[in-house]
Design a protein around this ligand. Structure first.
Ligand code: BMA
Length: 844
């Protein structure tokens, strides 16, 4: 008897596991992406539609409108968001599909005020493009054709209606009533293109018995021997049933953990602890490998199985804020190590995000990595990014600062709105919480700052009661609803209610928390103020530049190509943008000889000015522990603060960012009549080397050279040279001299940089006569250049060709050769004729 009892369960277990591989899938998914048509609600004609997509791109595909990015077309498409739109399809359901115990219709994203009908019956009303909507349609589907219709109400209409219900006006009230991407209503770098449509996948999810709803995997503790992890697996059952949940490693990196239990009808939470032996940690770019573990989460019941795969990183990430003599620190610690955050603010890559592809995201993250970023801030006026974005950040060691989507405005506080916000936050937290790259949740962008500093209450004539109510609604969203969802769904991360902590006019912005310093640009303060306005963490600051000439050509005709033309003004969204660029340019540079030269100089101006700021932040480590400039990218071809344009072309700033964000950064600078050199290291161990300082005149004569043996401590910033300027120059003319500073280790240059001793407009740069040779290489074309005199900001260009220069906007000292590669997949037969080379002196 005893033997039998013992044997039977083992045999059952064998039977279960042997059918494991052939077990049926519990869950099947079927996309509903074909046969879609759309029309303007008050017209008769139906057109073909693309799903996922949006009405603007559909209208373009049907040649109803022209490309809104071209010339001044933006204006001519404004009617679209004043209209209602209807999307419709018919999809087939087979008898086998219909036989599932549960069937859901899932909308990953409806933009925005959507009424959904299935077979003529209303099944959903949605008012939030950031949510996933799931409708139980088990008893509503027919075998054969099913009609699905979505009516999108004009977002402008909806906003007007909601605004009229309030006794006061909320700032930005033409957009804040809709939970919809704020930037689409127009921003100071973005066009006003307010989309409607099915912007994310729509599908049927069909299942038997039970299925996995979602998972939450987190690291509890790490030591050299092992990491302890916990997984919450949320299982939903159609009826009470037995099942097993298993966590395993598909590549044998850890021992599986499993639990068999009885599920009740509805939601069931299963918690499993598991251990990873000798864990390899996840590190951010520059500090080590962003190691990821594959984890399979499997649910099996007598009816079948469902397997989900997650990739997780073993790491700890904390925001450390400590009171000190000046204020309070703001620094991220990754696996216990303080990390200097280097990167920029990420806005949506597109005005029409539904047309983004994986390749678009790959290109963007690749360029962040190439410029030595380790952090991107997903800014609160855009969208919660696609899963692909976070996957790529995980794989590439890019930490993510994630804002919730609230920016530069106050928000309503009615029950329906708050409920919608709560659901949105929950959907996105659950979707993103397993990503190793996700470092922090942040409530909003500049909402608190705006309330206290931008004069809204006065301008909008608020009574005391109005102000109390609007502020109370703020508190409810950012200090009650969001923290409560995070407590429940992601207690593993820090929450920062609003960025910045104080507006840049406040003393505290320099001593406590994070800062958006806009004295340069908005305040017209000189770039040199960047050195004075160093805070604990710079989460925004920036300066505009024109996009590359080829990008300007893409949206303009020759007659549009001047600073004040109508078309160029359409592609400049800041109220005084071009004037501001010109004012700053006049301070530093002579008048460029033509518009194309102006465009080039605007990029140099941006790069040099921002370099001043970023270098100051880097030198101020550890007082300052992060610098995220405004802004990484663009959503259309425009003049903006970006360092990488809409087409992925690098402005000069992106090349400069790569240098200043290097693991080792050499920073020569002039201050109070003294020449100083600071060395910054982000390495976690000390670095030794030789600092080589070479002073040249513009003909390339070496005036002075000296070497200094350096021992640079781990994760530090050290001033290593501090000499009176006169003494340093040894009688050389400041306007005709340049210092090259290099850190050398065993014959290898770890980092280098240059310092000029006069403003660009006072420099006596001679004609450089840059020459070169070209060689075809595996990846493209290698160009070796040399010059007869010092050449500043050398730019190489191949017009009308897609490709990327491995370096650009660099300095050339006579007697030195520099080889850069134009990486391209194109065959360029007349490369040498096409190659344009210029340097700063050629612009005037
Ligand atoms: C910042 C951002 C954006 C804006 C940028 C430039 O404060 O948060 O609102 O685009 O300034 O003005």
């Amino acid at each position: 008897m005893i033997r039998n009892l013992f044997i039977i369960p083992v045999m059952m277990a064998m039977a279960l596991s042997s059918c494991g591989s052939s077990q049926e899938e519990l869950v099947t998914q079927k996309e509903i992406h074909t046969n879609w048509k759309f029309k303007q609600a008050d017209l008769q004609e139906w057109h073909k539609a693309t799903v996922p997509g949006c009405v603007h791109t559909d209208l373009m595909d049907n040649e109803v409108i022209e490309d809104p990015f071209y010339r001044g077309n933006e204006d001519s498409v404004q009617w679209i968001s004043e209209k209602d739109w209807i999307y419709r399809t018919t999809f087939e359901v087979t008898a086998k599909e219909k036989a599932h115990q549960a069937i859901e219709l899932v909308f990953k994203g409806l933009d925005t005020h959507a009424t959904v009908k299935l077979n003529d019956k209303e099944i959903l009303k949605g008012h939030n493009m950031f949510r996933t909507f799931t409708v139980d349609v088990t008893n509503m589907l027919k075998e054969g054709g099913n009609d699905l219709e979505i009516y999108f109400r004009s977002p402008e209409d909806y906003n007007d209606e909601q605004a009229a219900k309030l006794p006061y006006t909320l700032p930005e009230d033409e957009r804040i009533h809709s939970r919809k991407a704020p930037y689409q209503f127009g921003w100071d770098w973005g066009p006003r293109l307010i989309t409607s449509g099915i912007w994310k996948p729509v599908y049927l999810k069909m299942w038997h018995h039970a299925r996995i709803n979602n998972t939450f995997i987190r690291t509890l503790s790490i030591d050299d021997d092992k990491a302890l992890l916990k997984a919450d697996v949320n299982v939903e059952a159609v009826a009470p049933t037995q099942g097993t949940v298993t966590i395993s490693s598909p590549d044998g990196k850890f021992t599986s953990a499993s639990q068999t239990l009885s599920f009740k009808n509805g939601n069931n939470k299963v918690t499993l602890d598991f251990e990873i032996p000798q864990p390899k940690l996840w590190w951010s770019n520059g500090l080590g490998e962003p190691h990821l573990y594959n984890v399979d989460i499997k649910l099996s019941t007598s009816e079948g199985k469902e397997v989900r795969n997650e990739r997780i990183g073993v790491r700890t990430i904390e925001l450390i804020q400590k009171d000190d003599e000046v204020g309070r620190s703001f620094e991220f610690h990754l696996n216990g190590e303080p990390v200097f955050a280097k990167g920029a603010n990420f806005i949506p890559l597109e005005s029409f995000p539904s047309r983004l592809t994986r390749a678009d995201y790959e290109g963007a993250i690749r360029d962040a990595v190439k410029a030595n970023y380790n952090m991107l801030r997903v800014w609160g006026g855009g969208i919660y990014e696609d899963d692909v974005f976070y996957d790529l950040c995980d794989e590439n060691g890019i930490l993510v600062w994630q804002d919730f989507m609230f920016a530069c405005a106050m928000y309503p506080g009615d029950e329906a709105f708050l409920k919608s916000v709560e659901k949105e936050v929950e959907d996105n937290v659950v979707r993103l919480r397993n990503h190793a790259s996700l470092a922090i949740w942040c409530g909003n962008n500049e909402v608190r700052n705006g309330w206290f500093d931008w004069g809204w209450q006065k301008r909008l004539g608020y009574s005391r009661e109005d102000s109390l109510e609007v502020w109370k609604n703020y508190q409810t969203i950012f200090h009650e609803i969001i923290p409560a969802v995070l407590d429940n769904q992601d207690p593993s991360r820090d929450y920062w209610p609003s960025s910045p902590s104080y507006g840049w006019g406040h003393e505290e912005s320099l001593t406590t928390g994070d800062n958006h310093y806009w004295g340069v640009w908005w305040g017209m303060e000189p770039f040199s103020m960047y050195r004075k306005k160093v805070s604990r963490f710079m989460s925004e600051f920036g300066f505009q530049a024109f996009p590359p000439w080829e990008t300007i050509k893409s949206f303009s005709l020759p007659e549009d190509r001047s600073l004040w033309s109508d078309v160029m003004q359409v592609h400049q969204k800041h109220p005084t943008g071009n004037k501001t660029i010109k004012t700053y340019m006049d301070r530093w540079y002579p008048e460029p000889k033509d518009f194309e030269s102006f465009v080039y100089v605007s990029q140099i101006l941006q790069a040099e000015g921002m370099m001043d700021g970023i270098a100051a932040h880097r030198r101020a480590k550890p007082y300052n522990m992060g610098t995220l400039y405004w802004q990484f990218n663009d959503c259309w071809p425009v003049v903006s603060w970006s360092s990488r344009d809409y087409y992925g072309n690098w402005k000069a700033l992106h090349y400069y960012a790569r240098k200043v964000y290097g693991q080792i950064f050499v920073s020569p600078f002039e201050e109070n009549g003294r020449v100083k050199v600071t060395l910054v290291s982000d390495e976690l161990k000390s670095v030794s080397g030789t600092l080589k300082l070479s002073l040249y005149d513009f003909d390339g004569n070496l005036i002075n050279q000296n070497d200094h043996k350096i021992e640079l401590p781990a994760n530090s910033s050290r001033e290593v040279i501090n000499v009176a300027k006169n003494e340093f120059l040894k009688g050389a003319t400041p306007a005709k001299s340049v210092l090259k500073a290099e850190l050398e280790q065993d014959g290898e240059i770890l980092a280098s940089n240059y310092l000029y001793f006069a403003l660009p407009k006072d420099l006596k740069l001679p004609n450089a006569n840059i020459n070169g040779s070209v060689e075809k290489t595996e990846k493209g074309y290698a160009v070796t250049v040399f010059s007869e005199a010092v050449a500043r900001n050398v730019q190489l260009q191949i017009p009308e060709t897609e490709g990327w220069w491995t370096d650009n906007f660099f300095e050339l000292i006579p007697g030195e050769e520099k080889t850069v590669v134009f990486e391209t997949e194109e065959e360029i037969t007349d490369f040498e004729e096409k190659l344009n080379i210029r340097s700063l002196v050629d612009a005037f």
